[in-house]
Ligand binder design. Structure first.
Ligand code: SAM
Length: 283
């Protein structure tokens, strides 16, 4: 059997054609096939740089059938360059499925790095970028959306969401309902002429987009849960239970009584003696 081809994931600009890399241009020229999420968009890019090559469409609704076709081509030794609509293939687009298929078939996969809206959004947000969680697009189904948001409501990392303009106000309201009035950065039209990064709060954002029709593509970067706030909340929840119940909570979870009493004293900021005396006579 001959040598298999390589799958090249090629990042393309998210709005400014100057952001293409030299390596991306070379691979787009040299690949045997370019698989594109949006062939019209990719054709524009190729025409701009004077590149002629074979284009095959590969997108959400044909990915199963076209994925098999592309894997067949790779196994026969052809090199395939995969580009998404914009940005880095595999980030909130069908690229991830092709990578999995290629990996399962022992086909080499490599990345030609470049722009991605998530990274641009996080670094421009002014919010902590040391730890962040990328949540991509939220589910469309109302209940699934709520559940997804609630699952990260106590996450202290900065949270990043992608959103389309026609769903923006809806999403901002959902975020406010679940997270309260947190700080948010709304990054719009990144790398384009009307790039805007608005560092604001969810209340202000809802107020603005209730009046204004959003234009462009959006990344929402949301402040994570406040660590101290969470601790306070926990403390409050202990205030609602007796010392005896508090100790039982720990013994039920498997701690021995002595260790449980020590933890309760720490949690409540009281001495072990106080815990002990309040339990006296209750055994
Ligand atoms: N693979 C792409 C990447 O690496 O960023 C993302 C693809 S996803 C289908 C498209 C979403 O990315 C848009 O709905 C928007 O949320 C975000 N996006 C893409 N380009 C953007 C830009 N120039 N400014 C702001 N957000 C952008």
């Amino acid at each position: 059997m001959g040598k298999t081809g390589t799958l090249y994931l090629v990042a393309t600009p998210i709005g400014n054609l100057e952001d293409i890399t030299l390596r991306a241009l070379r691979i787009l020229k040299e690949a045997d096939i370019i698989a594109a999420e949006d062939t019209r968009q990719t054709l524009k890019l190729l025409n701009h740089f004077g590149i002629k090559n074979t284009l095959v469409s590969y997108y959400e609704h044909n990915k199963a059938e076209k994925g098999n076709y592309l894997i067949g081509q790779l196994l026969e030794g052809r090199n395939v360059a995969l580009v998404s609509d914009a940005g880095t293939p595999g980030i909130s687009d069908p690229g991830e499925d092709l990578v999995r298929l290629a990996a399962d078939n022992g086909i080499p996969v490599t990345l030609i790095p470049g722009p991605s809206a998530v990274i641009a959004g996080v670094v421009l947000s002014g919010l902590p970028s040391g730890r962040f969680a990328f949540e991509g697009f939220l589910p469309v189904n109302r209940r699934a959306r709520r559940e997804r948001l609630e699952s990260v409501s106590r996450d202290t990392r900065t949270l990043v969401f992608y959103e389309a303009p026609h769903k923006l106000i809806h999403t901002l309201k959902d975020l406010r309902d679940v997270f309260g009035n947190r700080r948010v950065a709304i990054a719009r039209e990144l790398t384009k002429r009307f790039e805007e990064v608005w560092r604001t709060t969810l209340d202000e954002a809802v107020a603005r987009y209730e009046k204004e029709t959003p234009k462009g593509e959006f990344v929402l970067i949301l402040e994570g849960a406040d660590e101290r706030g969470l601790q306070e909340e926990e403390k409050k929840s202990w205030e609602d239970i007796s010392i005896e119940e508090h100790v039982r909570m720990y013994t039920d979870s498997g701690l021995d009584k002595k260790e449980a009493m020590k933890r309760v004293a720490e949690d409540r900021g009281i001495s072990k003696r106080e815990v002990y005396s309040s339990l006296l006579g209750k055994d």
